[in-house]
Ligand binder design. Structure first.
Ligand SMILES: [Zn+2]
Length: 347
């Protein structure tokens, strides 16, 4: 089969499109013929090499996958309540966990000691075929295309976990979502709006403003022209926002904190502009902030998000689709920030 892989860590030029053996499944696994695979910043981190993601090389990235079931292990029937059969249109839940430990049994599978992601811990969807444990295969909701079905898993489970499990966002609260054009941002704006919150968001270019409004943003700040925290103060009569959803890092960290109301909650799930930020503890305790880190979310949260997507209440935002062999150009577009929503590879 064809796959895009890298044999050593480094820049986009390390990606190579070649023939590799088709994966063979064990008795509790499912083989999926990949139709679409969405990009994530994670793909860039692991291509560059990151101690948090040790992996044997060569490696095939890709955590957000949709396709058609090609083969099912002979032990899958019977251990799985919903059936999964050859020919099913499916998307892949990216979280891998043991399903036996205390955290997994309590439904907190993203706290499992062995937690990892398809495409990081295992070979992913930059390929014609991928194999995953049977629990990771879920039916594509509604009448989504494969591209749309690949565009929502990681960002919707992440946004849901941040907004509801961690920030406990309430109807009527105000939330600042950083980067409406990012995958997580585009989903968080929609989810917060659907939950009855007032949504303020940021973009880097004016062409993204109407798109953010269409997703449900009540106010959009162009961070290249305006000071985010100042604008937030104006929009909230000086009070600040209850919740900040953040994934960008040092470039915006100070404006995120300065935008929070007293008692505000800041949830972070990424660091696309760097890993280290400044934090004045006196500011944190005197304004009674809560800062929480978020990593993906649970399988149950993903199932719930998929249901809302199937009902058309949330829409996966697909910016552009590339053929698999152009994965390098796709990753370069992701780094350019010139996109709105998800960039998808199509097989
Ligand atoms: Zn576990």
């Amino acid at each position: 089969m064809k796959a895009v892989l890298f044999r050593e860590h480094g820049g986009p030029e390390k990606l190579s499109y070649e023939d590799v053996p088709k994966p063979t499944i064990d008795r509790q696994e499912v083989l999926v013929r990949v139709q679409a695979c969405a990009l994530n910043h994670l793909d860039i981190w692991i291509r560059q090499g990151n101690p948090a993601y040790p992996m044997p090389l060569p490696h095939v990235s890709g955590s957000d996958i949709a396709g058609v079931v090609e083969a099912v292990g002979d032990q899958v029937e019977g251990v799985r309540s919903e059936s999964v059969k050859v020919g099913d249109r499916v998307f892949i839940s990216p979280g891998l966990s043991c399903w036996r430990c205390r955290e997994c049994l309590a439904g907190r599978d993203n706290f499992c000691l062995s937690y990892g992601l398809v495409g990081a811990m295992t070979h992913g969807g930059y390929a014609e075929y991928v194999k995953v444990p049977f629990r990771n295969v879920l039916p594509i909701p509604g009448n989504l295309t494969f591209e749309q079905a690949a565009a929502f898993p990681l960002v919707s489970v992440t946004a849901s976990h941040m907004l509801f499990a961690l920030a406990r966002l309430q109807h009527g609260e105000t939330v600042l979502v950083m980067g409406a054009g990012s995958g997580v941002g585009s989903m968080a704006v929609q989810m917060a709006h659907l939950a009855g919150a007032r949504v303020i968001t940021t973009v880097g270019t004016d062409d993204k403003i109407p798109k953010a409004v269409l997703l449900g943003a009540h106010a959009v700040i162009n961070h290249t022209r305006e000071k985010v925290a100042e604008r937030v103060r104006l929009l909230t009569e000086g009070r600040g926002v209850d919740v900040v959803i953040e994934h960008i890092g040092p470039e915006v960290w100070e404006s995120c904190l300065a935008s929070l109301a007293k008692g505000g909650r800041l949830i972070t799930c990424g660091a696309t502009t760097g890993a280290e930020v400044k934090l004045d503890l006196r500011y944190v305790y005197s304004r009674q902030f809560t800062i929480k880190g978020s990593y993906v979310g649970t399988r149950a949260e993903l199932v719930k998000a998929a249901e809302l997507i199937g009902q058309g209440k949330l829409k996966p935002a697909v910016d552009r689709t590339y053929p698999l062999k152009e994965a390098r150009a796709a990753q370069e577009q992701l780094l350019s920030r010139k996109f709105f929503g998800k960039i998808v590879l199509s097989c």
